[in-house]
Ligand binder design. Structure first.
Ligand code: SAH
Length: 255
């Protein structure tokens, strides 16, 4: 059967190493009854997932890949479309898992969508550009970013393994990293969530500055407790620290 021609604009790099594909699939805990694979391409992960006794479906944007999958996996449930456009909470009413060798051009958007639907998407196993995977999983330091903090608030995140370029066709320019996110027990933040996101974003937008400078617009009143935090830079703070800062701003606003 003719293979799918890799298209750059869809971020298509097809994994050819079956051991790696099986290892990725086995990272799932199979606690959720429903699993959605994003961007199956020619089905390198799909072939292992269809063997499991689960409610499983795939979403693929590329018509040529959908055609290929229909021929090779006649029973497979395929949503032909764009993952970024589907309404998760309308389609899925029970906790579900996401898996995929994700299209790298939309990896942040996929993760942000998981964050927004965190009570439905309780597990994510996926391959990203190595740098992105490391950033999401990193707890402290230069690699950390806005999405790391937001996701770490609600998921336990593990960097699982690195994948070399040459196991893909065509090989990407960079190495890849596989990570696993599992929803933690936190129901909600102990502060105003919108304000929390705003503070994290503002802090990271000027990440070289100390928070005292980058968060100037919030007119934080220094007190002994948050003074230590304000001397640091955004990347040095963890989720709890950002919650503390948010609570401080809230208190001041309610005065
Ligand atoms: N999982 C396959 C293919 C990875 S390449 C493998 O490992 O070999 C990424 C895949 O995501 C491609 O098949 C591409 O067509 C698909 N894709 C890209 N953007 C998408 C989107 N917005 N929604 C769903 N699938 C998408």
């Amino acid at each position: 059967m003719k293979k799918v021609k890799a298209k750059k604009h869809l971020g298509q790099h097809f994994l050819e190493d079956l051991n790696i594909a099986e290892n990725i699939v086995n990272l799932l805990e199979f606690k959720n009854e429903t699993i959605l694979e994003i961007g199956p391409g020619m089905g390198v992960l799909t072939q292992f997932l269809v063997k499991k006794n689960i409610d499983f479906e795939v979403i693929e944007l590329d018509r040529e890949s959908v055609f290929y999958l229909r021929l090779n996996y006649p029973k497979l449930k395929i949503i032909e479309g764009d993952f970024l456009k589907i309404n998760i909470s309308e389609i899925y009413t029970k906790p579900m898992s996401l898996i995929g060798n994700f299209p790298y051009n939309i990896s942040s958007q996929i993760l942000f969508k998981a964050f927004e639907n965190r009570n439905t998407i309780t597990e994510v196993v996926g391959m990203f550009q190595k740098e992105v995977a490391e950033r999401i999983a990193s707890l402290k330091g230069k690699k950390k970013g806005i999405l790391s903090v937001l996701l770490q608030a609600f998921y336990n995140i593990e960097y699982c393994f690195t994948v070399d370029e040459y196991v893909f066709n065509p090989p990407p320019k960079v190495k890849s990293g596989v990570i696993k996110l599992v929803r933690n027990t936190r129901k909600k933040l102990d502060c105003d969530e919108k304000l929390f996101i705003q503070i994290v974003k503002t802090g990271y937008n000027q990440r070289r500055k100390t928070l005292r400078n980058s968060l100037k617009s919030f007119s934080l009143e220094p007190n002994s407790e948050i003074d230590i935090l304000l001397q640091k830079r955004a990347e040095q703070l963890d989720v709890e620290d950002f919650i503390k800062l948010t609570q401080h701003v809230e208190k001041k606003r309610n005065k």
